[in-house]
Design a protein around this ligand. Structure first.
Ligand code: FAD
Length: 405
């Protein structure tokens, strides 16, 4: 009899960690493993805001798949997943079709623009290496053009960030640090540049500890960020955005709108006919779909409820990485008709960087950290992930060791 075929879709946090764990735990004669990913690299999504702002080169963020996956053990297919046919146990790729016995879906997230006119066409999103690199290049191009036009066009150096959640705030921290460098490079008075955050709630980071939120806003304001809270973004065109606040419409001239106010699960999941809740698969406790025993879902494509709040756990890398342990265990158990275990998230904390040398954090639901201590913890957490993924070699190559920078 042929080995069962395990197919993992997506080499994000959840997918690649599952592959790395399975390559160690599953014997050659036990199963064949295939990993499918659009690119031949894995990227740290949680660092993309730095690449977008231009404070960290994308080569630090991406990791070649062959560097962490044993290609003698895992068959890697670089291709785009188009759809999944769970009844036929098939995955349609751009250039191929795969049959599976067990499937792990880890295709991550995509931007949600909620039908706001012009956002999809004209705003930028921080979603992957390509989109982050595009933002960096776009910013440089516009700063470079500023002195090449008469009269100078303010829209080229106004930067609008839609959304003051974690992604928006982390990007604001980086761009606030980057703007003075850009100004120096392109001979622009830094006081002319506007960085404007538009947030629908009365405060940024809604629901987060108020003292830490205040700290974050003060830190960003001191570096020139303007906050417009309680305001809804209404329209985006190539050279302006319109928001509504207190019943009044306000326009900001800008050629750079970064939309950071919404993500949803990869739409392939819903389009492939899995039953979904808010676009995600509400997985069983063992991380399988409600309808198919042979399909596991991980990371941002999976929805798990927090019994304490009755609301879904927010999609995070932290949870995706933790889930990979359960999924890898359960995939092995499934093919060997063993016992599957349940996934229980262990929330270690939430950390938001406010630039390379500043941040805020709540650890173990009680310890608050500000400034470099939060940054230090974030870097430690990033380094821990690298160690788990690729061992000391990868940590030395890609790790963040400079605590104060
Ligand atoms: P992802 O990591 O998104 O990976 C999905 C993979 O699937 C990618 O490799 C992609 O190329 C591939 N893929 C997608 N579609 C296809 C297709 N059709 N065919 C083939 N391959 C495909 N979380 C935290 O815990 N802490 C943080 O500090 C934090 N900061 C963040 C900062 C930013 C700027 C962003 C955008 C997110 C942040 N998050 C953070 C959230 C976190 O990044 C996500 O929750 C996490 O990446 C989800 O992991 P995943 O494995 O589901 O998918």
């Amino acid at each position: 009899m042929n080995n069962p075929h395990i197919v993992i879709l997506g080499a994000g946090y959840g997918g690649i960690m599952t592959a790395v764990k399975l390559q160690k735990s599953i014997g050659m004669n036990e199963a064949d493993i295939t990993l499918v990913n659009m690119n031949d690299y894995h990227y740290q999504t949680t660092w993309l805001h730095e690449n977008a702002a231009g404070t960290l080169h994308q080569d630090r963020t991406r990791i070649s798949i062959k560097e962490v996956v044993n290609l003698n053990r895992v068959h890697f297919v670089q291709d785009k997943v188009i759809s999944i046919k769970p009844d036929a146990k098939k995955v349609k790729l751009s250039n191929n079709e795969l049959n599976y016995d067990v499937l792990v879906i880890g295709l991550g997230f995509e931007a949600a623009t909620f039908g706001i006119p012009g956002l999809e066409e004209h705003a930028f999103t921080i979603g992957d290496i390509n989109s982050a690199r595009l933002i960096r290049e776009h910013l440089e191009y516009n700063f470079a053009l500023y002195h090449n036009e008469e009269p100078n066009n303010q829209a080229r150096i106004n930067i609008v960030v839609g959304g003051g959640g974690f992604t928006g705030v982390e990007f604001l921290g980086e761009i606030a640090n980057r703007v003075p460098e850009l100004c120096e490079e392109y001979d622009i008075d830094k006081h002319l540049v506007r960085i404007i955050n538009i947030e629908g709630s009365p405060t940024v980071l809604p629901g987060f500890d108020p003292q830490l939120v205040e700290y974050a806003m003060n830190s960003l304001e001191s570096r020139g960020v303007e906050f417009v809270t309680g305001a809804m973004l209404k329209e985006c065109t190539p050279d302006k955005v319109t928001y509504e606040k207190d019943g009044r419409l306000v326009e900001i001239p800008t050629m750079t709108t970064i939309w950071a106010a919404g993500v949803k699960a990869n739409s392939i999941v819903e389009k492939s006919g899995f039953s979904t809740n808010r676009g995600k698969v509400e997985v069983r406790k063992d991380m399988r779909t409600p309808d198919y025993d042979d399909v596991f879902v991980i990371g941002d494509c999976a929805l798990i409820m927090d019994p304490e709040t009755g609301r879904p756990f927010p999609p995070t890398a932290q949870i995706a990485i933790q889930q990979s342990g359960t999924v890898a265990h359960n995939v092995k158990a499934f093919i060997n008709e063993g016992e599957l275990e349940e996934f229980t998230p262990k929330l270690l904390g939430t950390i938001a960087s406010l630039g390379h040398n500043d941040g805020i954090a709540v650890l173990f639901n009680q310890y608050k950290l500000f400034g470099w201590k939060a940054t230090f913890m974030k870097k430690m957490s990033d380094n821990r992930y690298l160690l788990k993924l690729g061992g000391p070699g990868l940590l030395m190559k890609k790790g963040k060791f400079n605590i104060f920078y």
